[in-house]
Design a binder for this molecule. Structure first.
Ligand code: SF4
Length: 209
């Protein structure tokens, strides 16, 4: 019954799609590796730099990075050590909790992110060649598959606030520095943070109103 068996998957569209997604995942792994090799970075180091560029400020910690890399704290610390030696990131204290170690990009790290963040361009170009209606159908179908994978614990979805069930926009008009609110953390949100990626994102449609 395995879709890896060509004879089996020739009889099953879901198997053909599963193998197509497997090949795309392989292609992405290769694209990440090649982009990193140009700058002497491992795939985990590339992922760490992109994470620090776009993750919600509250998760830019060693623990947050470990969750993103799906790695242990020890392995994540090695990634952080290597990037620190390259002067691309820096550890920093976490004022709210002295046991937590924050991590931030340096100016050189931000420049390296600019070098790296085009690594999916070939994939996006292939998608952009599809008719608009196909792109919309593909997007809807992939979102459902990703949510199913997330529910099964195979992936953590990082998204920005604007589609999140916990997001309360513009409920603090008296506070221009943080006019929005996150009901998950029960904390005000600066506007800029609502456009960062959050591991606690929960799609609105998954929470009954
Ligand atoms: S839980 Fe939702 S609203 Fe709160 S920061 Fe994360 S994405 Fe934004």
């Amino acid at each position: 019954m395995s879709p890896f068996n060509p004879r089996v998957r020739s009889e099953r569209l879901s198997g053909q799609i599963a193998i197509a997604l497997y090949r795309i995942a392989q292609a992405i792994q290769i694209m990440v590796r090649r982009a990193g090799q140009v700058y002497g970075l491992s795939p985990a180091q590339v992922q760490a730099l992109l994470f620090l560029a776009y993750a919600r400020p509250g998760v830019r910690t060693i623990g947050g990075l470990a969750q993103r890399l799906q790695a242990t704290l020890a392995t994540t610390s090695e990634v952080v050590d290597a990037l620190e030696r390259k002067a691309l990131i820096a550890r920093e204290p976490w004022p709210e909790d002295h046991r937590v170690i924050g991590v931030r990009l340096t100016a050189a790290g931000r420049r390296r992110v600019t070098d790296l963040e085009h690594l999916l361009d070939d994939l996006e170009a292939a998608i952009a060649e599809l008719p608009e209606t196909d792109q919309q159908s593909l997007h809807r179908a992939l979102q459902r598959i990703v949510r199913r994978m997330a529910t099964a614990g195979h992936v953590v979805v990082y998204e920005m606030c604007w589609g999140c069930a916990f997001f309360r926009p513009n409920v603090h008009p008296e506070n221009p520095a943080a006019p929005h609110h996150c009901a998950f953390m029960d904390a005000p949100l600066p506007d800029a943070d609502t456009y960062t990626e959050c591991p606690d994102f929960t799609p609105r449609e998954e929470v009954p109103t």
